[in-house]
Write a protein that binds this ligand. Sequence first.
Ligand SMILES: [Zn+2]
Length: 334
Amino acid sequence: MNQRDIIAAAMGARFLDGNDPSIRLRCPICGQPITPSTSVWHCTSEPAHEYAEMDGVPLLLHSERSVFRAEDFHARPRTTFKDPPAWAARLGRLLPSPSRDVSSEECRLQLARLLAARPAGRRRVLVIGCGDGSAGYGVMAEVEGTQWLETDVSLAGRARIVCDASDLPFEDGQFDLVICVAVLEHVLEPQRCVDEMHRVLVDDGLVYATTPFMQQVHMGEYDFTRFTRSGHRWLFRAFDEVGSGVATGPASVLVWSVEYFLMAWTGSVGLRRVIKGLTRLLFGWMTLLDPLLARRVPANDAAGGFFFIGRRAAGPTLSAREMLGYYRGADALK
Ligand SMILES: [Zn+2]
């Protein structure tokens, strides 16, 4: 059967609000249920932990453990996003971007098939780090009966709940798929976040994550860590692997490296913007090579980042020793 035929023709996706009664919320601090409200949300503890909301979006953050505070959002609702001036953003959209995810279309198709294969009513998706939604969900959002809850640590447009992946404000076992694209490099404790994803997924729930391996610092103070393909697999060791591979290729790394090599000479915002534009103009085309490179084994040693699609397991699916056999780079060809 044609892959696209499997996917329901009807646009059945429904995007949920944070106060949707079908979502069971829990306090990120004490774990007690949270009652949605029209102003201050609070948990059922005595005394209750209280959570402010902005524009109808609750800020369900652990006040001690998270790097974010509710007051950050009053000062700067977009928190992690560093918005360039409008002209620079327009120009940036015209220039070839070095950030080409060569795997995303195939991953979305695979996930759409996996979602469509689940019984109706078991197609609920949690998006961690939805951003402004510009990347879209492609064919995944065309699967009939999918319900989507979009979250972020930025009020960047689409988030219906502000929460930190380190302490997800959801009761256990509620989601069928967790999407976490380009997020884990921005958290202090990636393993804790993956454990949280595991907790809120149903028993056979799915996870889709992409995380950089060789990419320079982006989002400034909100950038903490990187993973090899093996390191990324180990993070998700409580999942069976459905698929994994190169997300951004060696050419992306090369273009970023030229850009950041030149930008390392100057802190001038204007000059750095010029360097960025020129590098993209002159070298951005090179990322056209990445789809050719991505499936080559040595590319695993040189990639910009990796994707992982997994199915939740009850416990670890591979041992520390087995990780040596998992390695997929050039040395594995010897
Ligand atoms: Zn509480």
